[in-house]
Design a protein around this ligand. Structure first.
Ligand code: NAD
Length: 288
């Protein structure tokens, strides 16, 4: 296999996820020129200064001109408009991919803008990241030994798929494939629900305890459990909205079980409480 190289790469949305991918490709010698666009001028300037992109683009048209691979790494609800704006300016051979945490909504956006059978858009989602955001959080090793889920569709072009897989493997990620609907179902349970719970718990405590003095005692469990509530509100607002159906399904299941545990505690039913805790511990020990 010839060494992997993308002559011209374009990143739309210069935040943690897009910049980490671009930086990872650059330090490993896998890209020629990197173009970038962000609606925030400071982010563009910062990406230029730190050598992640080679020049600032004045608009989306300039940012994708002649690009071989275009990475869309903006918050989920901004994707459709970005696609509408870049569509007329893409090179005929350009492959487009995204990194969004929800795949069904992006699949709909692609179909709405490019048509239902567009072959050169590859839907993807890296299972890596952090509660930090922006260019300054970019890390060329963010994806090393992390999973990236690609959700190919029947009409996805094999060459496009191969290019995107190779671009992820080049930054040492482990690429897996999944069906779009299954992805959104699994991620609602493993990522979206825990984020929702963390945000909600912190909000509850912040509202019920005046002057926030309880946070002075928030070591251990609280700190571990709520770290993710420091994530970008815009990003998570978009995810909760774009994956609403699957999130509500898993939230209802959880709410039901939470009430069950509450009732057992209220009734001093220690056997039932012990059963829940033991089953959870066994499950947790098993995957860690
Ligand atoms: P980020 O906040 O670090 O970066 C997003 C960037 O997009 C910002 O610089 C913002 O200015 C820019 N932007 C917003 N709207 C835009 C528009 N209309 N046009 C151009 N630029 C625009 O966020 P991030 O963590 O890099 O997340 C980006 C995407 O990656 C999201 O879709 C998110 O679902 C996905 N994702 C995030 C994580 C994570 O842990 N952070 C993990 C996997 C996937």
């Amino acid at each position: 296999e010839t060494p992997f190289f993308i002559p011209r790469l374009s990143i739309i949305g210069l935040g943690l996820i897009g910049c980490s991918w671009a930086k990872g490709l650059r330090v490993r010698g896998c890209v020629g020129e990197v173009l970038g666009y962000d609606r925030n001028l400071d982010s563009m300037q910062e990406a230029l200064n730190s050598g992640i992109i080679d020049r600032i683009s004045s608009d989306l048209a300039a940012a994708v001109a002649g690009a071989d691979l275009v990475i869309i790494s903006v918050p989920i609800l901004a994707v459709r408009q970005v696609l509408q704006e870049i569509a007329p300016h893409l090179a005929a051979h350009a492959v487009i991919t995204d990194v969004g945490s929800v795949k069904g909504s992006v699949a709909d956006d692609v179909a709405a803008v490019f048509g239902a059978d567009f072959p050169r858009f590859v839907l993807g989602h890296p299972i890596a990241g952090s509660e930090r955001s922006g260019v300054s959080a970019a890390d060329e090793n963010l994806y090393v030994r992390h999973k990236v889920i690609i959700t190919p569709q029947p009409h996805t072009d094999k060459t496009a798929l191969r290019l995107v897989r190779r671009a992820w493997r080049a930054v040492e990620a482990d690429v897996e494939s999944m069906d779009v609907v299954h992805h959104d179902e699994v991620l609602a349970a493993t990522s979206h629900l825990p984020h929702l719970m963390a945000y909600s718990l912190v909000d509850t405590l912040a509202n019920t305890h005046e002057n926030k003095e309880i946070f002075n005692y928030a070591a251990g469990g609280f700190r571990d459990f709520t770290r993710i509530a420091a994530s970008s509100p815009v990003m998570w607002r978009d995810i909760f909205s774009a994956n609403k159906t699957q999130i509500l399904k898993t939230l209802d299941l959880f709410t039901h079980d939470l009430h069950f545990l509450r009732a057992a505690i209220e009734a001093d039913d220690t056997t039932t409480v012990m059963g829940v805790l033991t089953r959870a511990k066994v499950a947790r020990d098993h995957f860690s």
